[in-house]
Design a protein around this ligand. Sequence first.
Ligand code: BTN
Length: 282
Amino acid sequence: MGKVTFLRHHKPAGPLPNHLQSMVSANESRLGCFFGNIFYFDEVTSTNDLALEWAANGAIEGTVIVARAQTAGRGRQGRRWVSLADGGLYASLILRPCQVLPLLTHTVGVALAESLRALTDLEIELKWPNDLVIKTKRKVVSEYRKIGGILTESAGCSGSCQYVVVGFGINLEASNLPIEVAKLATSVEAELGYKVDSARLMVESLAAFVRWHKILLERQTDVILNRWRALSPSSEGAHVEWRRQSEWHGGMTVGIDDGGALLVRKENQIERVLAGEIRWIL
Ligand code: BTN
């Protein structure tokens, strides 16, 4: 890593836990730029905060910050991301340059969904823009519960973007979820009835991202978009409400366009939803 000395609120990274270290060593050839650049912390405020700070201070592409717990984990729209010790996978990747920014979150989504599916056989789906979800049937009603999420942040993007930080969280343990979150969320353990090997999931997620990031850098965006669409049945035919400025609008999803924006039919018009708050009526 480049010289990084600015570690305001955190103790220095500790050694990788033994099992994670052996998984990393055994998968050197699949980890690309991440190999040798994984930094492990017992507790941080937010891996994204630390990664943004490191990136601003010169950390190289491929730096990964992993934490056992976060005291101020956050999600989109300033929401809290509950991050108890070992309750989930909490990690942030530093990437640069980022000329492929628009589809980066989609690419990470595909990589995470595929690694989770391969390791657990769970039918993980993607829900626009950044959710990993699972469809569960309680009584007769189907509903989506969130199992993971992605938070992509960047700086210096006017003209040339200098770096981008992609943070992801996957709920691993059933007891990690406070009651108010448990209604809408789930965890790998809650779905499977047993715990998964979190080090393996970490390494498989990074290896899957290496594969998909290569495809993105080769500008094979169709391959990424097609896979994303296949993993996201809710991006077609679902009722949604979204907020533009202070007004809520309603419509039916009809897919995502080539820039990754959600397309929604409202009356006779197709609207492009790019960001902001969205409610799914599934
Ligand atoms: C979302 O669904 O809104 C995105 C959640 C992203 C959570 C991860 S956990 C690791 C990284 N650090 C954070 O503070 N947030 C992301």
